[in-house]
Design a protein around this ligand. Structure first.
Ligand code: FES
Ligand SMILES: [Fe+2]
Length: 469
């Protein structure tokens, strides 16, 4: 970049600068053959200040305690998918920090969440991390029991508890809302509805994806060596791609990705694929981009000759044709009207505080991050791989979680592609350095880019709001 470009960028209003000399995400998508829907072709960036954000949020155990008290108790969280509990009586235990809930299907259409603690002397009614099917919830200590609908069933030796009025001993409930196949819970009786929490505009995006018609075919769980918010921050931007994942940058428009925020609880990026990183302009051909992006698929083609990018075409255009054909064959559905962008691009949405939805067709994913209840320097990271449910069939049971040990590579999870596992390993290596570096640093805060790191600022602002000073 020459000096005059830098001076010109400095004259722009704060947050208005974009990667110089590169097309915007919207320019790239507008050139596609099958046009993208409105939710893709919109922008919602707002400058939110450029001051440092404090680092205590990542390194202070007291901060984590305040989060458990003020944040996790007041936000909507993904407890499980509906297919975890398909039948009446099925239950799934969801834990967040010290809190634990039994999520159970009470009728075909109603799901309830109970605080997972006996009303006698507090024993958990079901162990953490378990699931199953029940006709009642009976405590393993003295045998008190509750019906599926939460009403009190039996006080053993009731003659000794004349002060226990069964009508007052129903299991306390957490709020539950079902949305797009997810079961969301909120401990705060005064919280807004889930729809109001995400806001109308963001909800209009989510409503279009048909996530209720997807199921989990691979679920990988691993503890990460960092505060849960560092884990989240690391997936909120494509700014780190060129340095951390250089193998991806050849076919990823990283520095010209698009960032948007919606209200207080939702943000997203769109990172186009099949397009060269602006950092690498002049170094690779369209054929190089195509070959890099299709490495895995070319292997899957069983040694067939690799398609060539015709003169005058682009890697992205050829990728769209190839992916459309592959996905049509795999799903048995007509995808002729699905846009190139939805077929190819990385769409990353977060719903505060801890889930990522990746609705793109080539890699539909959900991430969930949860803090370790005993160590603010650790968190639990889960990645759920989704696939469409065949039309007219019930959602299959979700895949059992594969739990990796701390020292294991993501590539060791059966079913995980090496390319994707490598990306997650690269992120993990950074996260331990970042956690330790923040603790070692002489600097009190983190400095953020105005555009590419707006999601980090947006997310951390919501954290501040809930946690308080
Ligand atoms: S603690 Fe549950 S029955 Fe006693
Ligand atoms: Fe990354």
């Amino acid at each position: 970049m020459n000096d005059s470009t830098i001076i010109k960028l400095k004259d722009l209003p704060k947050g208005a600068a974009r990667c110089p000399g590169a097309p915007s995400t919207q320019d790239i998508i507008a050139a596609d053959k099958v046009a993208a829907p409105g939710w893709v072709r919109s922008e919602s960036y707002h400058f939110m200040g450029d001051e440092d954000i404090s680092k205590d949020r990542y390194i202070d155990a007291d901060y984590a305690k305040r989060e458990f008290k003020n944040l996790w108790t007041r936000t909507w969280q993904f407890a499980c998918r509906e297919e975890h509990i398909p039948n009446v009586g099925d239950y799934h235990v969801y834990d967040i920090g010290p809190y634990s809930f039994i999520i159970t299907r009470v009728t075909e259409t109603e799901v309830r969440g109970y605080y997972n603690a006996c009303l006698h002397r507090g024993t958990k009614l079901r162990a953490s991390g378990t699931e199953g099917s029940a006709e009642e919830f009976k405590c393993s200590f003295h045998g008190w029991s509750w019906n599926l609908d939460g009403s009190h069933k039996e006080t053993v030796c009731h003659w000794d508890f004349p002060h226990v009025e069964p009508n007052n001993f129903a299991l306390p409930q957490v709020r539950v809302e079902l949305m797009w196949g997810f079961v969301f819970i909120n401990m705060d009786p005064d919280a807004p509805s889930f729809a109001d929490y995400v806001g109308a505009e963001a909800k209009s995006h989510f409503d279009k994806w048909g996530l209720e018609d997807r199921s989990i075919y691979l679920h990988v769980v691993k503890r990460l060596p960092c505060n849960w918010k560092l884990g989240i921050d690391a997936f909120l931007e494509a700014y780190h791609v060129i340095e951390t994942h250089p193998q991806v940058a050849i076919s990823n428009a990283d520095a010209n990705s698009q960032y948007d925020t919606y209200g207080e609880h939702v943000n997203r990026f769109i990172s186009t694929l099949g397009v060269l990183s602006p950092h690498l302009y002049g170094q690779y051909t369209e054929q190089d981009i195509f070959d890099q992006f299709t490495i895995g698929d070319a292997t899957a083609m069983g040694g067939a000759a690799k398609p060539k990018v015709p003169q005058g075409s682009t890697a992205r255009a050829e990728m769209a044709v190839m992916f459309r054909g592959m996905f049509e064959q795999a799903s048995g559905t007509d995808l002729s009207k699905v846009s190139d962008s939805e077929l190819l691009d990385a769409f990353s949405y977060t719903i505060f505080p801890n889930i990522f939805l990746w609705p793109g067709i080539s890699l539909p994913l959900v991430y969930r991050f949860r803090p370790d209840p005993h160590d603010h320097r650790k968190c639990l990271y889960e990645v759920f791989f989704m696939k469409p449910v065949a039309p007219g069939t019930a959602r299959p049971m979700p895949a059992e979680p594969i739990r990796l040990q701390d020292h294991q590579s993501f590539c060791e999870a059966p079913g995980m592609t090496e390319a994707f596992g490598k990306i997650l390993d690269q992120d993990t290596d950074n996260l331990i350095l970042q956690q330790e570096g923040l603790e070692a640093s002489a600097k009190s805060g983190l400095t953020l880019g105005n555009y590419q790191e707006i999601r980090v600022r947006h997310f951390e602002r919501a954290v501040d709001k809930y946690v308080g000073k």
